[in-house]
Design a protein around this ligand. Structure first.
Ligand code: FE2
Ligand code: FE2
Length: 274
């Protein structure tokens, strides 16, 4: 069952060597969709990177386990404890008995007050700057440039040069998940969503923030996937880093308010009357 049956069907997509995007969509209005992605790294010790949103739970399970056999999964990397990244977490823990959950102290504390207890013996707590050896590659954790949860850690795979940027680079899309085929107007929406996700950007010291973003860019990713945006490569990736750098000290991008709610209610009433 899906909560959004009218959403376009999507399939896992190989976006870099050994690296699969697990896509889903939620409606965003005006013909646009919000991507709700996660990722699988199918190396010697397969890694599930985030577990989707609760509304996509059944779809997520079907897609993720079409890419990797549950008993082969050795690691579950949880970027942070937000609900849209933990949708199938307990299904994965149950179905993947050989998997260790990679999270951190504060995510564990936050999850403890809203979810069943996590198994202490099946966890590893890692912080930005730490690494995770998964057999044929050593993954690097970092704090992404844009985030909406304090526990957030991104993941960089130096072997495939693929990066999981979590809630950074969010952008509504009319359908495509490849930034290189999206028009400039659609990609401009990334600035709005980045501002919405991390509204503290208005207080940032530009020089210090740019140093942080530069350090992430210097990891050398060729492919950047994120939970709520299109896959970024080449020029689109350069533009995305420039977009977040430009947010330092910039005013908040205004978001829709009561007027949008009023118009949504009005159109619902018109539909009901029709
Ligand atoms: Fe989040
Ligand atoms: Fe998210």
């Amino acid at each position: 069952m899906t909560f959004f049956p009218e959403m376009p069907a999507t399939q896992p997509e190989c976006i870099a060597p050994d690296t699969w995007l697990i896509p889903n969509f939620a409606p965003a209005g005006d013909g646009l969709l919000l991507p709700v992605n996660s990722m699988v790294i199918r190396g010697r010790e397969p890694v599930i990177v985030d577990t989707g949103a609760p509304v996509h739970r059944a779809l997520w399970i079907e897609k993720a386990f079409s890419v990797v056999e549950p008993e082969d999964v050795r690691w579950i990397f949880l970027s942070h404890d937000d609900g849209d990244h933990t949708g199938a977490l307990f299904d994965v823990l149950e179905r993947c008995p050989h998997a260790t959950l990679v999270t951190n102290f504060f995510a564990f504390e936050r999850l403890a007050i809203e979810k069943p207890a996590l198994p202490l013996s099946r966890m590893r707590w890692l912080d930005p700057g730490d690494t995770l050896d998964v057999g044929d590659r050593v993954l690097q954790l970092f704090r992404p440039p844009i985030f909406d949860g304090p526990t957030t850690r991104g993941l960089f795979d130096p072997k495939s040069r693929a990066m999981w940027a979590v809630d950074s680079f969010a952008c509504f899309t009319p359908g495509p998940l490849d930034a290189e085929v999206l028009d400039a107007e659609v990609l401009a929406g990334m600035t709005t969503l980045c501002s919405a996700v991390s509204p503290w950007h208005a207080w940032l010291d530009r020089e210090r923030y740019v140093r942080h973003v530069d350090a992430i860019e210097a990891l050398g990713a060729r492919t950047v996937a994120s939970a709520h945006g299109p896959v970024l490569r080449r020029g689109a990736l350069d533009d995305a880093f420039d977009r977040v750098r430009a947010l330092a000290g910039a005013p908040l991008v205004p978001l829709p308010g009561q007027e949008l709610l009023d118009s949504l209610l009005a159109s619902t009433l018109v539909e009901a009357a029709g």
